[in-house]
Design a protein around this ligand. Structure first.
Ligand code: KG4
Ligand code: ZN
Length: 333
């Protein structure tokens, strides 16, 4: 089965062709970072306009690189939500029109389900069931995943997502957007134990998270160390990352123990974080668990993960009707 996957929920216009849910024939990602970086965050109106310009060339390139004909495509899958409405509408409406014109079914894929299915594109995917930490710019959730489309929400952030906290800390330090990779790189050169930032909810039995207090603690440190903080940027980044990754890794390892599963899966943009990868891998080894991370290009938003999830929608015959709309808020709970 050949699936064309389309993703436009935030600031990447992405399309991919995936065969049988796990073989990537092509994957094109057009990033809008240059458009939004001057504003320090995504400007929704500019995002939708850029998706509108890019959607046709990006899809055309994905089809060309896959070396297939449009007629070979069996299903079109597009992100239906959650995300920015104006952005979602571009990809979803394109997919509807494509489906109508080509007379093929259209799957309206949940973005979070897409991130989780990104791990199924790897050469050695995990067996079900597994616990998954979905950690991105918009979400920080822990799921118990029974099958590609069956999830139990175990915990979620009560305020900011981890990626959002990374982006805000980078901004506070006068660095660029998106901040995750920037802080990750700075952290490598700093001392993680130099500043004692809080490790929110580490003491709680819950699987919920909270990152707004940690973010505020960094801001307070900067404000109260106005003169010397500029010489300490790497230590601030390393200490912030130490707190964030301690909480994330502790909770996901604990979730695996509580659910009595050996498999731990980390997905989403922040899954690219070197500090997090290292810490989770070490902790998992201690507990005799197996950890799975998607390759770097599949951590951030992409069309291949939407096609991978779309494969399971298609196998179950879950397709959209022409009148179906996009949604902005989380549904996987
Ligand atoms: O999954 P994604 O591309 O989009 C959402 O669905 O949100 O994730 C984007 C987020 C941004 O907040 C970005 O700063 C963060 O992922 N990110 C990272 C790293 N690379 C990207 N955060 C920490 N460390 C990284 N290396
Ligand atoms: Zn995402």
């Amino acid at each position: 089965m050949l699936i064309l996957g389309i993703e436009t929920s935030c600031d990447e216009t992405a399309a991919a062709v995936v065969k049988d849910g796990n073989k990537i024939l092509s994957s094109q990602v057009y990033s809008q970072i240059d458009i939004h970086s001057q504003f320090g965050g995504v400007v929704p109106e500019l995002a939708s306009r850029s998706h509108n310009e890019q959607i046709i060339p990006v899809v055309a390139e994905a089809i060309k690189k896959a070396k297939i004909k449009i007629e070979d495509i069996n299903v079109v899958a597009a992100t239906r939500g959650p995300g920015l409405i104006g952005s979602l509408l571009v990809g979803f409406s394109f997919a509807k029109a494509f489906s109508f014109a080509k007379n093929i079914p259209c799957a309206g894929v949940d973005h979070l389900c897409g991130h989780i299915c990104s791990i199924l594109l790897e050469k050695y995917p995990p067996e079900f069931p597994f616990v998954s930490l979905l950690v991105s710019g918009g979400h920080t959730n822990i799921y118990y995943v029974k099958s590609p489309l069956e999830y139990e929400l175990m915990g979620r952030t009560r305020d900011d997502a981890a990626g959002e906290a990374y982006d805000k800390v980078s901004k506070m330090l006068g660095r660029g957007y998106p901040g995750g990779k920037i802080i990750d790189d700075l952290a490598k050169k700093g001392n993680p134990l130099k500043i004692k930032f809080p490790k929110p909810y580490l003491d709680k039995e819950l699987f919920d998270f909270s990152f707004s207090g940690l973010k505020t603690a960094v801001l307070r440190y900067i404000q109260t160390h106005e003169k010397e903080y500029k010489d300490n940027i790497e230590n601030i980044a390393a200490s912030f990352q130490n707190s964030a990754t301690d909480v994330l890794s502790y909770k996901i390892i604990n979730a695996a123990i509580v659910k009595n599963t050996k498999n731990v899966v980390i997905v989403g943009g922040v899954a690219a974080n070197e500090g997090l990868r290292k810490k989770v891998t070490e902790k998992a080894k201690e507990k005799n668990l197996k950890v799975y991370f998607p390759s770097y290009e599949l951590c951030g938003d992409n069309g291949a993960m939407i096609a991978a999830a779309g494969y399971y929608y298609a196998k179950k015959g879950i397709f959209i009707k022409p009148e179906d709309d996009v949604y902005s808020r989380i549904r996987l709970d």
